[in-house]
Write a protein that binds this ligand. Structure first.
Ligand code: HSE
Length: 299
């Protein structure tokens, strides 16, 4: 039996919605997995082909093994073929995509009968926060929170015509390092600022009110502390365009731009911002994904 699982990238936080908001994007990692008589073979093509592990520390493998363990079935051997479009360690949810791919593929192979909730709870246990795994599994704009160890989430369709531009610089930043840069406590004024902006941002996206995006995507909880890790972030966040909001994508270092249109001038400004600091940058023109994970048996 062989399964194919296709998981979207995601951009988390969207500015103020730290550990809460995430948007699935039409950029995918695809994984084929089949149980074999013994051993482990992992092939990786595309993003991460030079850096991702091909042994038992591979995240897709670990999650397939977890699904087997939960089902009580023994995993004899496994062959995994990964074809990755999501850049690694760039704030586009590549590890969440791997976690979801592994759990969904493992559930299918082991017939573990995990529900979406089981998969979300297990994936948050691995990732530590819900804002990438929820859109990776369910698609759309995800609003998530934790009740103890249980994920609660609401999925909203992003407004029609939402255009997403992502600037992906040529350096990696681990989420762990980007989280270590954050303070343990915050000023009440900054907390209130983010609560206001998050409420406005969700309303703006729900209503399709693009004129609110620029103001609503401001943040004081994480981006200011991550400026020192992402050269050019401060300058990128100063770009102002009508009907457009700009933020650090997840924990960075990519920058995400949400707008009602394609923005060639913003593209070239983001390119200049990274280039003049000595970094090459890829500029991806994307759209929201509304499917979340797609899965099928292929033999
Ligand atoms: N909310 C997480 C963070 C997203 O900003 O650390 C990580 O992709």
């Amino acid at each position: 039996m062989k399964v194919r699982v296709k998981v979207p990238a995601s951009t988390a936080n969207l500015g103020p919605g730290f550990d809460c908001l995430g948007l699935a994007l039409k950029l995918y990692n695809t994984g084929d997995a089949e149980e074999t008589a013994g051993g482990l073979e992992i092939q990786i093509a595309g993003e991460g082909e030079k850096s991702l592990p091909r042994g038992k520390s591979n995240l897709v493998y670990k999650m397939i093994a977890l699904a087997f363990a939960r089902s009580g079935k023994k995993l004899r051997g496994l062959k995994i073929c990964q074809t990755n479009e999501i850049p690694t360690a760039r704030g586009l949810g590549s590890s969440s995509a791997a976690v979801i791919a592994g759990l969904v593929a493992g559930d299918m192979l082991a017939k573990a009968r995990m529900t979406d909730r089981d998969i979300l709870d297990a994936s948050v246990e691995s990732e530590g926060h819900p804002d990438n795994v929820v859109p990776a599994l369910l698609g759309g704009l995800a609003i998530s929170s934790m009740e103890g160890k249980k994920v609660q989430c609401v999925i909203v369709s992003p407004p029609a015509g939402l255009k997403v531009l992502v600037a992906v610089p040529d350096f990696e930043l681990s989420t762990k390092k980007a989280r270590t840069a954050l303070p343990k406590s915050y000023l009440k004024t900054d907390a209130v600022f983010n609560i206001n902006k998050t409420a406005f941002l969700v309303s703006a996206l729900f209503l399709g009110n693009y004129s609110m995006l620029g103001s609503a995507m401001q943040d004081r909880i994480h981006q200011p502390y991550r400026e020192k890790l992402v050269p050019g972030l401060r300058e990128a966040l100063q770009i102002k365009e009508k009907n457009t909001g700009i933020a650090l994508s997840g924990s960075g270092p990519s920058i995400v731009v949400l707008s009602d249109r394609r923005l060639p001038e913003v593209k070239s400004r983001l390119k200049d911002i990274f280039n003049k600091r000595g970094h090459a940058v890829r500029l991806l023109e994307l759209e929201p994904d509304s499917n979340g994970v797609q899965k099928k048996f292929i033999s």
